[in-house]
Design a protein around this ligand. Structure first.
Ligand code: ZN
Length: 96
């Protein structure tokens, strides 16, 4: 069915996966990923578009998206914030 999706969110979710592979933050659990997404998305403009089974039907959405550099800088900022104050205790570092 037709759905309304925030294209910024879809792009930021993909960018987060790239970022986690490269940056290796102290925790990448679902909770910490959700915290990073929430912090980053609150600082980026939402861009809603109509999608059908995940396919974007609007054609104007990509022009209106924040730049990749802007998205990555917000992700880095959000990840640093979560790493500094995680929502849950991190397990003690295991040197093995
Ligand atoms: Zn975590």
């Amino acid at each position: 069915m037709f759905e309304l999706n925030n294209i910024t969110e879809m792009v930021v979710r993909e960018a987060l996966q790239d970022y986690l592979r490269q940056a290796k933050p102290p925790c990448t659990c679902d909770r910490c990923q959700a915290d990073i997404l929430a912090l980053a998305l609150n600082r980026l403009p939402p861009r809603y578009a109509v999608t059908l089974r995940g396919e974007i039907l609007s054609t104007w959405e990509s022009r209106a998206l924040p730049s990749h550099a802007r998205i990555m800088s917000e992700l880095v900022r959000a990840a640093e914030q979560v790493a500094a104050a995680p929502s849950h205790p991190l397990p003690a570092e295991n040197p093995g």
